[in-house]
Design a protein around this ligand. Structure first.
Ligand code: F6P
Length: 341
């Protein structure tokens, strides 16, 4: 078989580990050949390919980013997009496609599969918000980076008796904030799933100062006040119609200063969470996803996504995997709340 591979959406650590595993097993065990498509769905949409073989994937296991490039291109938002994709796949003599991506990239994969394109999906995203898998790769690395940032903020908060607010990514799910906030001993964790009250946050700040420690607030970018709206970068929508989130830490800084008179400062962690080398867990998970994705292709089992359940890798229908977002359940947030204030 001749198999196309693409990586779409926001990059994350572990993409290269998947590509390496797919190619090493696909070529070495099954004798298949591979073609890389550049920049997510833009590759098949425009016929932009890059050679992909075992030599091309040597040494990429620990490297962040993706050797194939990525984009948020949506073929369904382009004129004749899906037909162009099909034509370009035929022109490159592709028998099957492996799409590595999050909700959007895999949503396109699910639609194309419903229209007859043989595709297998691999779940990636630092947000960990895909419901059919216990974890996506990239998440563990992002959590570790955010936790290290919290550890570092603690020392400055203590030295200067300040309130330090860390804004982390995650879009409409609070997973990164919850895990890093718990691991880093945050004073308050704010997530999109639980709208927050400024007065309560300020009360936690004061109880923390009363114990002679300085508060660290971890806020997911999608966290919203009870009587407020999402803080977004005005007017910016991507090809999938998503707003760009950013700014809740700044809003908290202003409110906390105004309401408590304390010195408060915001840090936005941004793309530092997505860059650099993957953790051992993410390399392990990404590698196993890659091995199982190429097995699915070899067996002709299309329209599925590989998923982690416990320590097992299963296959789930792509349509089901992309139907709803996995958000933080109430009971997990309640556990974290024990440590607030
Ligand atoms: O989905 C991954 C993610 O990093 C989100 O957490 C974040 O909201 C978004 O992508 C940022 O996207 P971009 O890098 O395109 O601004």
């Amino acid at each position: 078989m001749r198999i196309g591979v693409l990586t779409g959406g926001g990059d994350c650590p572990g993409l290269n580990a998947v590509i390496r595993a797919v190619v090493r097993k696909g070529e070495g065990v099954y004798g298949h050949s591979f073609v890389g498509f550049r920049d997510g769905w833009r590759g098949p949409l425009t016929g932009d390919t890059v050679p992909l073989d075992t030599a091309a994937v040597r040494g990429i296991l620990p490297r962040g980013g993706t050797i194939l490039g990525s984009s948020r291109t949506n073929p369904y938002a382009a004129v004749d997009g899906p037909s162009l994709v099909r034509e370009n796949l035929a022109a490159a003599e592709i028998d099957a496609l492996i799409a590595i991506g999050g909700e959007d990239t895999l949503g396109v994969a699910a639609q194309l599969h419903a229209e007859g394109v043989p595709v297998v999906g691999v779940p990636k995203t630092i947000d960990n918000d895909l419901s059919a898998t216990d974890y996506t790769f990239g998440f563990d690395t992002a959590v570790n980076i955010a936790t290290e940032a919290i550890d570092r903020l603690h020392t400055t908060a203590e030295s200067h008796h300040r309130v330090l607010i860390l804004e982390v990514m995650g879009r409409h799910a609070g997973w990164i904030a919850l895990h890093s906030g718990m691991a880093g001993g945050a004073n308050v964790i704010l997530i999109p799933e639980r709208p927050f009250d400024f007065d309560k946050v300020c009360a936690f700040v004061e109880t923390r100062f009363a114990t002679h420690y300085s508060p660290i607030i971890v806020a997911a970018e999608g966290a919203t006040p009870i009587a407020g709206t999402l803080v977004t970068r005005e007017g910016e929508l991507d090809a999938f119609g998503h707003v760009r989130l950013q700014g809740i830490a700044q809003v908290l800084e202003t409110e906390i200063r105004g309401r408590t008179g304390r010195d408060a400062r915001a840090t936005v962690l941004g793309h530092l969470q997505r860059g650099g080398t993957p953790t051992a867990f993410d390399r392990w998970l990404a590698t196993r996803f890659g091995l199982h994705a190429v097995d699915a292709v070899h067996e002709g089992d299309f329209g599925v996504m590989v998923a982690l359940h416990g320590t097992r890798i299963d296959r789930v229908p792509l349509a089901e995997a992309t139907r709803e977002l996995k958000t933080v359940p109430e009971e997990l947030y309640n556990e974290a709340e024990i440590f607030f204030g």
